[in-house]
Design a protein around this ligand. Structure first.
Ligand SMILES: [Fe+2]
Ligand SMILES: [Fe+2]
Length: 332
């Protein structure tokens, strides 16, 4: 993978360097962004430099942008990494800022999470990136618990194109919200669960890309290798030594089935922890509702119908019912 911020396509104007739009809400007052800010002053024209990096964002900068009705500023994509670190550092402050609409806060979060997970998948052994993911999970679970409307807004942002990093973020958002709605309220446990879900497919980074990107049917040998991703993920994260048993349980067991026959450990029934069962439902739903080169994305209703008719026996039916009702009423 070559880019840090995947969310939102890049924009270029005949020969200009590529830019992306970043929401004003991600710029925090009295911080010093380590990236240049550009503004588009004329339609159809490339953005022009507005403020150089390492200059503070003051109250007057923010009020000028607001007075001029700018919703976005522009970032040169060559400074994606700097922007990502800046947003992560300020994420808690953005997400708890009641002066910013929940829709905008959700946008900052979704894009930041995608950027970070994409980096983690590029460098799964980086301790620093795992620590940054944990901070992001902590800020997100607090946001989802405190803002009833957050899930509905995040749902509108969900990417329907399948990449492991978008899938990871989607499954994380679905899983943590469902866990909260069925009564898991302990913030510590939710954080640990969230860390596992966000990184549940990290083991795919160890599988040959010719297999993970395969558009046709996998051979028996390839499928055998693919089914090792929960074990690879478990091993990578165990080596880091910072994740708990709950997080590791999700990473290793999100492909187990209630009646047995799943992988890698062929667990059954109560051997599969309740939160792990939640992650399995979210994982399958996201796989069905996203587009891949060899299949189209199913609409929500069709995906839920297929899950009910064809695989409910493999799932926890109480949590599946709760998932259906969450998707029917995302605003809670
Ligand atoms: Fe998986
Ligand atoms: Fe997955």
């Amino acid at each position: 993978m070559d880019s840090v911020m995947r969310q939102g396509s890049t924009l270029a104007w005949g020969g200009s360097m590529p830019f992306r739009r970043i929401p004003i809400a991600s710029l925090r007052q009295d911080t010093v962004p380590p990236f240049d800010l550009y503004l588009q002053t004329l339609e159809e024209q490339p953005p022009v430099l507005y403020r150089e990096r390492n200059l503070p964002v003051t109250a007057s900068v923010l009020s000028t942008l607001t007075d001029q009705h700018h919703e976005y500023v522009f970032l040169a994509t060559s400074q994606d990494s700097e922007y990502l670190r800046y947003v992560e550092k300020n994420l808690d402050s953005v997400l708890s800022d009641e002066g910013v609409p929940v829709a905008k806060r959700s946008q900052v979060l979704y894009s930041c999470a995608q950027g970070l997970v994409s980096q983690v998948l590029d460098e799964p052994r980086s301790r620093e990136l795992i620590e940054r993911s944990r901070d992001l999970v902590a800020a997100t679970t607090k946001f989802l618990a405190g803002e009833q409307a957050a899930f509905a807004h995040l749902l509108k942002l969900v990417s329907y194109d399948y990449y492991t990093y978008t899938h990871s973020v989607n499954v994380f958002v679905f899983s943590v919200t469902l866990a909260q709605r069925v009564g898991f309220t302990d913030p510590q446990l939710l954080r640990e669960f969230g860390e596992g879900v966000l990184l549940h497919d990290i083991g795919k980074s160890m599988i040959d890309p010719s297999i993970t990107n395969c558009t046709g049917k996998l051979s028996d040998e390839q499928w055998k290798s693919m089914k090792m991703h929960p074990v690879h993920g478990y091993e990578i994260l165990s080596e880091h030594g910072t994740l708990t048993g709950m997080a590791l349980d999700v990473v290793r067991h999100h492909h187990e089935k209630i009646r047995g026959g799943g992988y890698p450990d062929n667990l059954k029934g109560k051997q599969i922890a309740p939160l792990v069962r939640i992650s399995t439902i979210a994982d399958i739903f996201d796989a069905l509702t996203t587009r891949r080169s060899y299949k189209s994305a199913l609409p929500t209703f069709d995906a839920l119908r297929i899950m009910r008719d064809e695989i409910l026996k493999d799932l926890d039916d109480d949590y599946f019912r709760a998932f259906v009702s969450m998707m029917g009423n995302p605003g809670g």
